[in-house]
Each structure stands twice: as C-alpha cells, then as structure tokens.
Design a protein around this ligand. Structure first.
Ligand code: TXE
Length: 494
C-alpha cells in the first residue's frame, strides 16, 4: 500500500448510491435520500437511497423471480464457480478503491481495513467458489430394496443484514456460501457502513452474476430491515449486529413465515492471562491490540482482561504502555493503528460506559476521553479500567468501543467462573504454558472460539459463531454452507 495512492483516492468525490435491484440502480420509491456522515471529520460524504418497504419488497420479488427461473440456481456448478472466482478477482483488483471508500464511510484504520475488508472478502468468495463443486449429497445405509438419497438444495431467497464494522468481510461470509449453493440474496447494508458493500455488489454484476440474483437495498433498519424480516418470501435471514435487533428478527420470523434466522451478536469476550503464560510481554501487546484495533469495534474483541492476581499490577502496566503507544488518528494515514469510532452515537455510548464504570468503582488507568474533537471526527483514546467486578456494567455489557475492563482472579476455577459469568459466548483466550491447563480452558470456557497464547486472526478455514446470547449458526468454513441449504430426502423403492 502506498500513501500517495490513498491520498489520491480520498480526494475523489463519492458518488451517491441507489439500490441495486434486478441489476439496475434504482432510487427510493418516494425519492428519499439518506446523508452519509464520515466519522473522519463528521462531514457529509455522500447520500444513498433511503429505502421504503416497497423498495425492499421489490428487491425480494426480483430475487425470488431469479431463483425460480433458474438463471443462477439452475446453472451448472462449474458455471457458478467461474462467476464467483471472477468476482473475487475483481474485488482484489479494486481492493484499494474499496478499502478507502469503506474507511471514509466507517472509520477503520486503513492498514486493517485493506486486509480485513477487500482482502478477506475476496478470499472468502474464492473459498466458497472453489468448494461448491466438491460438495456431495449422501446415500443412506438402507436395505437393498430401497435407495435413500439426501440432496442438498438451495433454500431460495436469503436476506443478509450486515453491520458497519467490517461490511465487506462479514458480507462475504454470508454471500459466499449463499450464492455458491445457488441461492438468490437480498443485502441490507448498515446505515453507517454501506458504500463499499454497494460497490462490491456492483462488481458481482460485472463478474457475470445474473441480474436479480444479488439485490441490495439501503435505508433504515427499522424500515427496510423490518420489511425483510417480515417478508413471506425470504427463506433464511443471516444477520450480524446487536442483540436487540437479533431478538426482533426472531420475532419477525415468528410473525411471518417462520424463516430460519441465524444471528451473530457480538460478546464480552474474556482474555485470561495466567502467571505461567509463555511470554507475558507478548501477551500484554496482544491484549492491547485484541481490544483496541478498529477502535474496539470487533465482534470477537477481547474486552474483558482477566489477570492472575500475582501478576496483575505489572501486567496491567504493560498493557497500558502498549495502549498508549498505539497511534490514534486519521484512519487514512498508513501509520494509524486506531482509527475513528464509527458514529457520534457510538462515541457517546462509549464515553457513557466509561462514566458508568467509574461511578461503579472502576479505576481509570489510561484514556477515557474523546480526542481530536477539532477535526469534527469521532476519536477516542484507548481506555483501560481496573477493578471491574463480576456484575459491573463494564463486565456485563458489550461496549463495542476501545474500552478494556480488567478483573483479577486467584485460581483457575475463579478464572473460568468469571469467564462464563455473562450472557455472551463468542470468543475468548487463555495464556498459559501448561498444556493441560490450556486444553482444560478450551473445554471449560463457553464460547464459539477459544484462542490459546494468541488473540484473533482465526482464518476462513474454521467456523465463527457464538453460544448463548452471542447467537447461533456459524460463519466461515464449510460448516457455514449448512445454513444456506435444505436437506431433501429421496426414498426410492427399487
Ligand atoms: O446495531 P444494529 P448498531 C452491537 C454493538 C453495537 C450495537 C449497536 O454492541 O454497539 O450492536 O450497533 C439493521 N430490523 N454490534 O446500532 O442496529 C441495521 O440497519 C432489521 C455488534 O449498528 O443491530 C444494520 O444493518 N434490521 C456487531 C444491522 O441491523 C435492522 C456489529 C446492525 O445494526 C433493524 C454491529 C430492524 N428492526 C453492532 N434495526 C458484531 N457482532 O460484530 C437495525 N437493523
């Protein structure tokens, strides 16, 4: 990556986006537009269509029509594979354009955005493209006069509701397996992170995806997202976002056609450091990056640091030192390590959490405030609060900002009990050189992902999904394909 190229791209005006329906840009049925504010400077960057219920229904009808006439679902696997591979190539050849557009919209530091957004999205699309002609049905072990076959059929129309923190990466986690298996998809990007995803959808058409197979509707969650949730013609909803919205989606499904609902809802992930960790210096640095990258706006962020009491003070000092050394600032500068908070609302919520933590007895070690307010952008210092008790708000609620809660523990049993003391269960880590303890921690901590002596970075070969109120159903790996197929039994008497 080259700063000059980034500077050229950031100076370009951003065109407005309409919906993408039946392969065409389509304005809102009532002409409504939504202002997109850049978190870099708080200014209006561009506008997108502000969708209506009618717009969402038109997009779903188009996806349904495309599915039923077989223009994609009926193509041979090799043909679908070719288109998806071409799409992955196009995402890669437009990577910097997509990354800069995305950062101007959502504020993620460019170093991370470049890798985690177009980089990861292209890899994911390619992974499922390559997998799609290697997935077989099954023959059941039946008596000789019967043939029992299990077919994997596409579900039909998939509704994908995407958040703002990593729209391309998370979007591709849903789009890759859904499209690979022959489904049609309607995308609903976030109000505060839609632009790069809309551009990525345009590239799918350029790659040869037939019109109507992938439609995208921008607008408010409570309007177009709700219309998608209540639709009688969407078969599966795939969602990443807040628990509150996840609950609504389940309710919409119950009130409409009982569509399957897959939820990825974030967490309060424990990063557990034992005194026998192989390298406490490394553990401190990774603890800092594990919560502060993308300003803490990462679903698996290690937002609770549980530290063995005997090393607590020194270890917290080392994490604070690592945090203070991280460069906060303009996310389009290559040296920036922590970019902007996504929106003013998120920033204010983060600051509110810090205030509450202190009022509940927490000690502020570093950070705690808004910075660079004169830029108009939404920047916050990496923040560490110690003495966070088991039931404190900061131990229980997802902040989704650069705020680390620290709690000491005396024994392995206490560490496990603290780790499991929330309604969430998305990710976690344990740092220890004791092999038996490492395996005990993997089994005992109730999460979808457990890291040992590292934090984050699990690639597309392994599933990511939560337990408890972190959700259900995994993104990534071949297991994600199950969400987008129906099993059909053929029971044949010979
Ligand atoms: O989430 P929302 P927000 C968590 C995180 C964050 C909080 C709020 O804790 O602080 O959620 O973020 C769409 N029907 N995560 O407000 O509202 C919305 O338009 C249908 C964790 O952004 O859940 C957007 O596209 N859809 C997370 C998407 O839901 C609706 C990532 C997510 O927005 C809707 C993001 C409705 N009624 C937030 N209301 C993670 N797990 O990584 C909203 N939406």
């Amino acid at each position: 990556m080259d700063q000059t190229k980034i500077d050229v791209l950031r100076a370009l005006p951003v065109p407005g986006f309409d919906h993408l329906i039946e392969g065409q840009p389509v304005p809102a049925s009532d002409g409504g537009r939504m202002e997109i504010i850049s978190p870099i400077d708080g200014r209006v960057l561009t506008t997108t269509a502000k969708g209506t219920v009618a717009d969402m229904n038109a997009a779903i009808a188009s996806a349904r029509g495309a599915f039923e006439d077989g223009r994609w679902s009926g193509q041979p696997p090799a043909a679908r594979k070719k288109v998806l591979l071409k799409w992955a190539d196009l995402i890669e050849s437009h990577a910097l354009e997509l990354a800069v557009l995305g950062v101007r919209d959502n504020g993620t530091e460019i170093g991370m955005a470049f890798k985690a957004e177009p980089g990861s999205a292209a890899g994911t699309i390619r992974y499922y493209a390559e997998a799609l002609d290697k997935i077989y049905g099954e023959i059941a072990p039946t008596p000789g006069n019967i043939l029992g076959m299990i077919h994997k059929e596409p579900v039909g129309v998939v509704g994908a509701i995407i958040p703002w923190n990593f729209p391309l990466m998370i979007g591709a986690w849903k789009l890759g397996p859904a499209l690979a298996m022959g489904n049609s998809v309607v995308l609903k990007p976030s109000e505060t992170g839609s632009l790069a995803l809309m551009r990525m959808a345009e590239l799918a058409l350029e790659a040869g995806l037939p019109p109507g197979v992938l439609n995208a509707v921008t607008g408010e969650g409570r309007v177009v997202g709700e219309a998608m949730g209540l639709s009688m013609d969407v078969d599966v909803l795939a969602f990443t976002g807040s628990g509150a919205t996840g609950r609504r989606l389940m309710e919409y499904a119950a009130r409409s056609n009982m569509k399957r609902v897959y939820l990825e809802l974030g967490g309060k992930s424990p990063n557990i450091v034992f005194a026998d960790a192989p390298d406490l210096g490394e553990a401190a640095k990774v603890a800092a990056s594990g919560i502060f990258r993308n300003a803490g706006q990462v679903c698996v962020a290690g937002s609770r640091l549980l530290v063995e009491a005997s090393i607590h003070d020194d270890f917290v000092a080392a994490v604070a030192q690592a945090a203070e050394a991280m460069r906060v600032g303009d996310p389009l500068q290559l040296e920036t390590q922590i970019g902007a908070v996504n929106s003013e609302a998120q920033l204010n919520a983060n600051l509110g959490f810090v205030e509450t933590a202190i009022s509940e007895g927490g000690g502020l070690v570093t950070g705690g405030g808004r910075i660079f307010e004169d830029t108009g952008g939404y920047y916050m210092e990496p923040t560490i609060v110690t003495g966070v008790t088991r039931d404190a708000t900061l131990a229980q609620k997802e902040v989704f900002g650069p705020v680390l809660a620290v709690t000491p523990f005396e024994s392995e049993e206490e560490a496990i009990s603290l780790a499991n003391a929330t309604v969430y269960g998305l990710a976690g880590a344990a740092w220890t050189a004791n092999l038996s303890r490492a395996h005990r921690m993997v089994r005992a901590v109730r999460t979808g992902v457990m890291h040992i002596n590292t934090y984050g970075g699990a690639d597309g070969t392994v599933p990511l999904g939560g337990v408890g109120q972190s959700g259900n159903g995994s993104d990534k790996s071949l297991h994600a394909i199950d969400k987008y197929v129906n099993l059909k039994t053929a029971w044949i008497k010979l």
